[in-house]
Design a protein around this ligand. Sequence first.
Ligand code: ZN
Length: 306
Amino acid sequence: MGGTKISGALSDLDGNLIYKHTIPTNVHEGELSILARIIEVIDKVIVGSKIKIDQIMSIGIGSPGTLNVKTGVIIAANNLPFKNFPLIEAIKQRFDLPIFLDNDANVATIGEHILGAGKGTQNMLYITVSTGIGGGAIINGNIFRGNTDNALGIGHTTIDIDGRKCKCGNNGCIEAYSSGTAIAKLANEAINRGENTSLNNYNVVTAKEVVREAENGDGVAKRVLDFSLGHLGIYIANLIKIFDPEMIVVGGGVSMAGEIIFSKINEVIKENCLEEIVSQCKIIPSKLGRDAGIVGAVALAISKSN
Ligand SMILES: [Zn+2]
């Protein structure tokens, strides 16, 4: 579930999605209404897939925000109105099944590890670059959650202590440089300075337009993208030095731009890491793409049920 939509699916134990259903979150309606909509999605996928409830093993849920995974409580989330909300307990009143909750980046990480690009790896990182930046780590074959289950909250780690203001209130978070939102913001700053760029031809400039015009050869769009991806490359190089993983899977909307993104990231990483280490680490796009959240939630449920 996210700030815009709630998606649900019923899958078999191999991760094949049998029936999928998506509805808007309608954040403004408040937490109880969102709970009702989550239950509605679960109901719809059960009915739609024509599977009897006693054949269903468990429910997995991916949520943004700070969570208590053990108690199933959403402590707080930027894009959702939940505050200390006992989500698992509330859903259990309607569906008496094992229910597992984890943050959206962790479920996507588990999804890529069990069913996606990272199948078979022992040490793998997942990074999502979209509106924000998030991540997860598989260490020795298992998801690494940390002491309070909130490890790898990488979007708000600092890369420049005197750097760009971030929406979290701190300066210099990687999210303020390399997220889709940051790419759009940097481009709009250039437009507002009156720079000569083909981005002036658009009414609204998002990361998508910046990528398109960079591919068309526009100097300003290229400079913005190089700046953002340069910082992302350095960040991933840092992660490689810290974790020494065999694979880094990059997902989220920005990564879907493909070659222009990966060639720059790879170039920066090669310049910044030891050849012996970087030659053993693959940087590859997400295999689950837009389904990363939903397949991740399925993978969470499968990983807990085995
Ligand atoms: Zn921040």
